[in-house]
Write a protein that binds this ligand. Structure first.
Ligand SMILES: O=P(O)(O)OC[C@@H](O)[C@@H](O)c1c[nH]c2ccccc12
Length: 261
């Protein structure tokens, strides 16, 4: 059993409990449920930096990254840095995040927010909306084509954008459908944790141009972005590189300044 299998098995149990603690009828009472969402895809299309900065305390591959930052400050800092959007990890067990982190980020910035989660049930999409997300992530490695279709169409009905993550061509081919907004290529193999930017380079040409292309993970320099830009990427998802410093916002700001030079 890979860690990914374990995360998904745990997630089913967690979601079942969550549903019993907070039924859908309650979730829908959140004032955020009626909120007009902000488009990340549009921001990426019109930006020349394209940074999506992530809040990530820990990960199964790196263990602890940083547990002393405050998500309020990180959200504000990322916004001041001029990023296009923020990704908030909400998985607790493996990434040290929570839905409260998403809510805190929502309260402190006006950025499009991505709920970074292992989605296995439409209930989690209702949660995403109720806690202030604008975008949800779907991971092709753990979903069938039918599930991708169902979850993405459900998300769109809620006004949420969809970032579909793939790691190889097979995942890409099964996933291409009109209900997706952005296609992300993960440079990290979620099964082995190996990271290679070649992954983004090799898959780029196979992604139809009507999707905004995002390169995810393992990006730690401006040079990496310059290398990926010619392949048509408009978005770059960066976590650890900012989160490992003692001021994630400042680190993002310096990075973007360097990129725009
Ligand atoms: O910290 P990094 O290497 O910059 O990576 C960020 C992000 O891409 C990564 O956290 C991620 C990409 N896809 C995921 C799916 C689940 C959890 C986490 C992820």
């Amino acid at each position: 059993m890979t860690i990914l299998d374990k995360i998904i098995a745990d997630k089913y149990i967690e979601v079942k409990l969550r549903k019993s603690v907070l039924p859908i009828s309650q979730l829908e009472k959140s004032v955020l449920f009626e909120r007009e969402t902000i488009s990340l895809a549009n921001r990426l299309k019109n930006s020349n930096s394209g940074i999506i900065a992530e809040h990530k305390r820990r990960s199964p591959s790196k263990s602890i990254i940083n547990t002393s930052l405050n998500v309020f400050d990180v959200a504000k800092g990322y916004e001041d840095a001029g990023v296009c959007g923020m990704s908030v990890l909400t998985d607790g067990k493996y990434f040290g995040g929570s839905l409260d982190d998403l809510l805190a980020a929502r309260a402190n910035c006006n950025l499009p927010l991505l709920r970074k989660e292992f989605i296995v049930d439409e209930y989690q999409l209702l949660e995403a909306k109720s806690y202030g997300a604008d975008v949800i992530l779907l991971i092709a490695a753990v979903l069938s084509q039918k599930e991708i279709k169902h979850f993405s169409e459900f998300a769109k009905k809620l006004g949420l954008e969809v970032l579909l993550e793939v790691h190889n061509e097979e995942e890409l081919q099964k996933s291409i459908m009109p209900s997706l907004d952005m296609l992300g290529v993960n440079n990290r193999n979620l099964k082995t944790f190996e990271v290679s930017l070649d992954n983004s380079k090799n898959l780029a040409a196979k992604i139809p141009n009507d999707f905004v292309k995002v390169s995810e993970s393992g990006i730690s320099s401006v040079e990496a972005i310059k290398e990926l830009q010619p392949y048509g990427y408009k978005g770059y998802l960066i976590g650890e590189n900012f989160m490992k410093t003692d001021d994630a916002g400042k680190s993002a700001k310096e990075f973007i300044e360097l990129l725009n030079k």
